[in-house]
Design a protein around this ligand. Structure first.
Ligand code: FUC
Length: 806
C-alpha cells in the first residue's frame, strides 16, 4: 500500500504539515519533502523536550500547595447545593504552567544539489508495508532515485541517493560511467546548536535552549536536557569534504548513503529525568558508526525484519481496485464525486497502524499529540500528552489491530506518572504525605510532559480533571484483556491501577439526595460547570474499580494474591455498586452532569455547548462497554446524545463519534461520518487535523473502523457488527478480540461468507453474526460441536487451532 504524490512537498510549515511524508522508529522521526533541487529532511527525537526538572520554581504544575483544603471547601459548598458559588471557588484549585515546556523540533537536513535541470516523471511515495519513502524523477535523461527509512533495530535514519542513465547502453555499446551529482549538505538546528563537520560526518550537540512554552522569557524553559546528533555521508564514488562552517560537500557521486542518529540524555526517571549520558558520544555517534559498517541493503533488511512482522499481520480490504493515483488527487475526487472512497478508507485504516508503529515502540515514550513529528518549538498544545482523551485515543487501535508492541509505551508512561502524581495528589487533594515513594495514591490532570508535569493546568475549566490519570490506568487493563500478559499485569498494570483506585476510594462522598457515592469537585472535560458526580468522573471510577477487582481475581487465580490489597479490593466491591450510575435526562439523553436538569434555563451561566466536541458522558459506550445490549434504554439514550451532539467537529472528536456509532452497531451512520472525516479532517498526506495537525484523529479512525468490523467488549465476538450498506463486499484478517483471539472474515453481497477464528490459549469461543446460528469447522473440515443461544454460537477451541465459521 502506497501513499504517492507527483510533486515535492512545499518547503514551508504548510508543506511540512500537509505534504511531507512521515517516517519513524518510535524514537527518531523524519519527514521527507523530496525537492529535486533541494532535498529537505526534518527530524525529531521523541525525548527532546523543554521545561520540567531544572526550570526554576517548577512544581509539577501545582500552584496552591494547600489545595487539599480548597478541594474540601469546594466540595462542602457543593454538598450544600451551592453549585453557583462553588464555581468561583474552583480557582483555588488551579495550577500553573511554570516549567510546562514543550516538545521540541530537532532540526532539518538540507541537501542543496547542483541543479539537475528540469525534472519530470516525478513520483514521491511512502510504502506502508516497508515503512520507507522513495523519491524518483528524471532530469536530463538521468533517473534520480532516493530511498529513506528509519530503522528501529539500528536506531538510525538511513537514505540512499542514486543516479542512473535513463537509457541502457545499446547492444555492444560500452557502458558509460554512471551519471553523477553533487550537493552541499548542511543541518539547521532548531535548538540554535552549531553543527560542525569532520571528515564525512556532521556533528551537533548542545542543551535545550528553548524559550518557548507558554509566554516564557528567553531560556526560561531551559532544563539542561542535552542532545546530540551525527549525520554521515558515505559516497560509493566521488568525494565528501567537510567545510569550516559545518557543511559537507558531496561531489561527483553516483550513489551515496546517508546515516543519521539523534539522541538526548533523557530517561523517564523522576525527578532528574536524565541518564547522565553524553548523547552525541554515547548514543548518536556510536549508532552511526555501527550502522556504517553495514551496507544499505543489510540495514534495510534488518529494518524490514523488525517492521513487517508487526505491521503485516492485519489486512483489510473493501474489494476496492488499488490504483496508484496521488493521494491528494483521490481526496479531491472523493470530495467532489465520492470516488476512491473504499481505497481511501482501507488506506487510512492502515495508515493509523503505520503511524502508531512508527511513532511509538515498546521502550520509547508514547506517541504525543503529533505522534513524533513536530517542526516548531512552541507547537500547538505544546505537542504534549493530553490526558482527557487524546493520549488514550492514541492507543485505542493498538490491541484490536494487533499492535501490542507500541502500546507498551503507553503502559510504561502511565506507570511513570505515579511518582510525580503522588506529589500532586498530596498538594491538590491532601492525600498522602507527599512522599514519592509511598503508594498512597497518584493523580494526573490534563496536560502532561515527560518531565514530571501532571498538575492541574492554569484554568480549572480544562485543567482540573483529577480522574484523567484514573482513566489512563483503567485503559491499561486492555493489555491483559487482549493479550493475557500476566507479567505486565503483575509488574506494571495492577500496581498502577490499584494505587489510583486507593486514592479515589478514599475521596468518594455520599450525594445527599440519593445516598449514592460520588466524586468531586470534578469537571466534564473542558465543558460546563465543576460539579459532584459528573458522568465522566463516575464512569471512569466505575471502570477503574471494576478492572481492579477483575485483575485482583486474576492475580489470586494465578497465585499472586500477595500483590493484592484485599481490604481495598473488598471496599471497591462495595463502593462500585454504590457509585451514582449513568442517568437519563429529561431530554432522553445520557446526563453529562447529574444536576443538569436543574441548570438555569436562561443565560447559560455554565457555558453549556449543545454540540461540544467532547463526548465525556459517553465513555460508558466507548471505550468502556457498560452501555450495551443488557441496558437497551441506555443505548437509546446514548443514541439521542450522539444525535444531539452532531457529527461535525474536530478530527479526534469525529473519531470518537465513529467509535460510539460502531458500538451502537449503526454502520450507515459510521459510513456517513467517515465521509465527513475524509472531507474535513484529513490532510493531503492523510495526517488527521483538529485543525491543526493532531494525530489522535488518525488513531481514533483506525479504532473506529476496527470496531465496525469486530467487537468483543461484551464477552461475545461480534462479526461485522456495524457493516454499512455501502460496503457490499470485503474482508479482514488478523484483528484481535479480547482473549487474544485472532479473527478474520470475508463478506459478499452484504452477507458474511466465511470467517476464521484462532484462540491462542484455547477455551470457549462465543461468536455472533446477525443473530444467526453458525457452522463451525476444524482445519480438517470436520464440524465442531456448538451451542446456540440468544444469537450466540459457542464452542470449545483447542489452543492455537484455526477454525472456520459460516
Ligand atoms: C483537548 C481537546 C482539544 C485538543 C487538545 C489537544 O484539550 O479538548 O480539542 O484536542 O486536547
Amino acid at each position: 500500500m502506497f501513499l504517492c504524490f507527483n510533486a515535492p512537498a512545499n518547503m514551508s510549515y504548510f508543506g511540512w504539515e500537509n505534504e511531507a511524508l512521515p517516517l519513524g522508529n518510535g524514537r527518531i522521526g523524519a519527514k521527507v519533502f523530496g525537492g529535486t533541487e533541494c532535498e529537505l529532511l526534518s527530524f525529531n527525537e521523541k525525548t527532546l523536550w523543554s521545561g520540567g526538572k531544572d526550570v526554576p520554581d517548577f512544581n509539577g504544575g501545582v500552584k496552591n500547595p494547600d489545595g487539599g483544603k480548597a478541594f474540601s471547601a469546594v466540595r462542602e459548598r457543593m454538598l450544600r447545593g451551592d453549585l453557583k458559588g462553588a464555581q468561583k471557588e474552583m480557582e483555588a484549585l488551579q495550577g500553573n504552567e511554570t516549567g510546562l515546556g514543550a516538545y521540541q523540533a530537532f532540526g532539518s537536513l538540507y541537501l542543496q544539489f547542483e541543479n539537475p535541470g528540469g525534472a519530470d516523471h516525478y513520483v514521491r511515495d511512502l510504502e506502508l508495508d516497508s515503512a520507507s519513502a522513495m523519491v524518483n524523477f528524471r532530469a536530463n535523461k538521468v533517473i534520480y532515485s532516493r530511498h529513506y527509512f528509519v530503522s528501529y533495530p539500528d536506531n538510525v535514519f538511513v537514505g540512499r541517493l542514486e543516479a542512473q542513465h535513463q537509457n541502457e547502453p545499446e547492444e555492444g555499446e560500452e557502458e558509460a560511467p554512471p551519471p553523477t551529482f553533487s550537493f552541499d549538505a548542511y543541518f539547521v538546528s532548531e535548538q540554535k546548536g552549531e553543527p560542525t563537520a569532520q571528515d564525512d560526518t556532521i556533528l551537533l550537540e548542545g542543551a535545550v535552549m528553548a524559550n518557548n512554552g507558554v509566554d516564557a522569557e528567553p531560556g526560561e524553559q531551559r532544563n539542561n536536557l542535552r542532545y546530540g546528533a551525527a549525520i554521515r555521508f558515505i559516497p560509493k564514488d566521488g568525494t565528501v569534504t567537510a567545510t569550516p562552517d559545518g557543511h559537507l560537500l558531496v561531489e561527483n557521486t553516483s550513489s551515496v548513503v546517508v546515516i543519521a542518529s539523534f539522541a538526548t540524555d533523557y530517561a523517564n526517571d523522576y525527578p532528574c529525568y536524565s541518564d547522565g549520558s553524553d548523547p552525541l558520544r554515547d548514543k548518536a555517534l556510536p549508532a552511526v558508526e555501527k550502522a556504517s559498517e553495514k551496507t544499505f541493503g543489510a540495514l534495510y533488511r534488518s529494518h524490514l525484519e523488525d517492521f513487517r512482522p508487526k505491521f503485516q499481520t492485519v489486512q483489510f480490504s473493501l474489494d476496492e481496485e488499488q490504483v496508484a493515483h496521488p493521494v491528494d488527487f483521490m481526496l479531491k475526487r472523493f470530495d467532489k464525486k465520492g470516488e476512491y472512497k473504499r481505497q481511501l478508507i482501507t488506506m487510512l485504516f492502515q495508515y493509523g497502524r503505520y503511524l502508531l508503529l512508527t511513532s511509538s515502540r515498546a521502550d520509547t515514550l508514547p506517541a504525543n499529540l503529533q505522534g513524533i513529528w513536530n517542526a516548531k518549538n512552541n507547537p500547538p498544545w505544546q505537542c504534549d500528552y493530553h490526558l482527557n482523551i487524546n493520549l488514550q485515543m492514541n492507543y485505542w487501535p493498538a490491541y484490536v489491530t494487533d499492535l501490542a508492541d507500541p502500546a507498551n509505551a503507553f503502559l510504561q508512561f502511565v506507570a511513570s506518572l505515579r511518582k510525580p502524581g503522588r506529589l500532586v495528589a498530596a498538594k491538590t487533594l491532601g492525600v498522602g504525605s507527599g512522599s514519592v515513594d509511598e503508594p498512597t495514591g497518584w493523580v494526573a490532570h490534563t496536560q502532561l510532559s515527560p518531565l514530571g508535569m501532571c498538575g492541574p493546568g492554569s484554568s480549572w475549566h480544562w485543567g482540573w480533571e483529577p480522574v484523567n490519570g484514573a482513566w489512563a490506568a483503567a485503559q491499561m487493563y486492555d493489555c491483559y484483556a487482549f493479550t493475557g500478559d500476566l507479567q505486565t499485569l503483575k509488574e506494571t498494570i495492577y500496581p498502577t491501577m490499584e494505587e489510583s483506585a486507593r486514592l479515589f476510594s478514599g475521596l468518594l462522598c455520599e450525594e445527599p439526595n440519593t445516598g449514592r457515592l460520588v466524586f468531586g469537585p470534578g469537571s466534564s472535560p473542558e465543558h460546563g460547570p465543576a460539579t459532584l458526580g459528573c458522568t465522566y468522573d463516575q464512569t471512569i471510577l466505575y471502570a477503574l474499580f471494576d478492572r481492579v477487582i477483575e485483575a485482583a481475581a486474576v492475580l489470586e487465580t494465578h497465585g499472586c494474591g500477595d500483590l493484592v490489597d484485599r481490604t481495598l479490593v473488598n471496599t471497591l466491591k462495595t463502593q462500585k455498586d454504590r457509585l451514582q450510575p449513568l442517568q437519563i435526562g429529561k431530554h432522553g439523553t445520557i446526563r453529562e452532569w447529574a444536576q443538569e436538569d436543574d441548570f438555569p434555563r436562561f443565560g447559560n451561566p455554565y457555558g453549556i455547548e449543545k454540540q461540544h466536541r467532547h463526548l465525556s458522558h459517553l465513555l460508558g459506550l466507548y471505550p468502556f462497554g457498560y452501555i450495551n445490549d443488557t441496558v437497551p434504554e441506555l443505548q437509546t439514550a446514548a443514541r439521542a446524545s450522539l444525535k444531539a451532539r452532531g457529527d461535525k467537529t474536530t478530527g479526534w472528536a469525529m473519531a470518537h463519534r465513529l467509535c460510539c456509532w460502531a458500538r451502537l452497531r449503526d454502520g450507515n451512520q459510521c459510513d456517513a461520518l467517515i465521509a465527513e472525516i475524509l472531507k474535513t479532517c484529513i490532510m493531503k498526506n492523510l495526517f488527521g487535523t483538529h485543525p491543526p495537525f493532531q494525530i489522535d484523529g488518525n488513531f481514533g479512525f483506525t479504532a473506529g473502523v476496527a470496531e465496525m468490523l469486530l467487537q468483543s467488549h461484551e464477552g461475545v465476538i461480534r462479526i461485522l457488527p456495524a457493516l454499512p450498506k455501502d460496503w457490499h463486499s470485503g474482508s479482514f484478517r488478523g484483528l484481535r478480540a479480547r482473549g487474544g483471539i485472532v479473527v478474520g472474515a470475508v463478506w459478499k453481497n452484504d452477507r458474511l461468507k466465511e470467517g476464521t477464528v484462532c484462540a491462542p490459549n484455547g477455551g470457549t469461543v462465543r461468536l455472533s453474526y446477525d443473530g444467526k446460528i453458525m457452522l463451525v469447522q476444524s482445519a480438517d473440515g470436520s464440524e465442531v460441536e456448538t451451542d446456540f443461544e440468544n444469537g450466540v454460537t459457542s464452542f470449545e477451541a483447542k489452543a492455537g487451532e484455526t477454525y472456520t465459521f459460516s
